[in-house]
Design a protein around this ligand. Sequence first.
Ligand SMILES: *Cc1c(COP(=O)(O)O)cnc(C)c1O
Length: 380
Amino acid sequence: MNHGFETLAVHAGQEADPHTGAVVPPIYAVSTYKQDGVGGLRAGYEYSRSANPTRTALEEAVAAVEGGARGLAFASGLAAEDTLLRAVCRPGDHVLIPDDAYGGTYRLFSRVLEPWGVSFDPVPLGDLSAVRAAVRSGSTRVIWVETPTNPLLNVADIAGLAQIAHDAGALLVVDNTFASPYLQQPLALGADVVVHSTTKYVGGHSDVIGGALVARSADLGERLAYHQNAIGAVAGPFDAWLTLRGLKTLGVRMERHCDNAERVVDLLLSHKRVTQVLYPGLPDHPGHEVAAKQMRRFGGMVSFRVAGGEEAAVEVCNRTRLFTLGESLGGVESLIEHPGRMTHASAAGSPLEVPADLVRLSVGIETIDDLLTDLSEALG
Ligand SMILES: *Cc1c(COP(=O)(O)O)cnc(C)c1O
């Protein structure tokens, strides 16, 4: 199918139900399937950990919108990450991760995988020569990329990193949660696997936890599918259905997230209490050129620093009314948070510590004037 993004998001994997004509894949709340004689599976379904039709619809749709050979849906983003890493890493292997990796990813490496003999180094992935110097040829198995990163919105050059990874015999894995497949297509830039927390933009409505992997090659996809079934952290049919419903509108939502974020950035830039605005769309952002090359637009996440330090930043977070104080991101509603005390509190004292005067916004799709009024009032 040579269709555009929005067409794939609405239709890929989502043929009308063959029995009833239902235009949306039903929620197959079922664990097992009647066999027509021993081993006579209908459409390949045997047991819902291995495969479930609602999950299959989501998996095919996610693979299509990322342009990959195989998509797999999991109970959470971290379940997807864990399955991937156990499928591709062995004791003695080495991994490079961003020096401002998502906190849960950092914890997975430092507290779970390292004790099993997989070592890792945090590296500033925006600096390709630093990455080249950190790669250990023969033992580096994975370069793990987030771009833009959370919450500092640093940008890494996916095509450049793919080259370095492949020269060293490693896989390039891109956590595409922040950009979403609408804004950035890592597999086309040379990545081997895309990871999503579908909890965020793909689901898009703050009503479901989920994760996904998309492999560029069918071979690697098959290996990941084997581990998905063997480990068992699959998405349930209700969660898969909600996630699929969210995915259908990803394109239109992302356009509005970007429109609103750009207006929020303008307001912050002109505000005297804001000392720095972090947004890859700004021409003076150090990753702007790379972001412009590999992203359609610059996304709905905006971070900024407030004059007056930690107390002032916390006060802004406490004063918004429309921007809801909370963790997570990517939903239709705008959220505000203080990374130092909330999402990144566990990074205090580690190489991943974030500035205390930093505020992070997940800009939603509400009426922009209402969002601007709320922020202006909170900033005072
Ligand atoms: C939220 C998030 C994850 C983890 O996903 P869960 O669905 O919470 O398990 C991983 N990476 C990034 C960038 C995230 O924002």
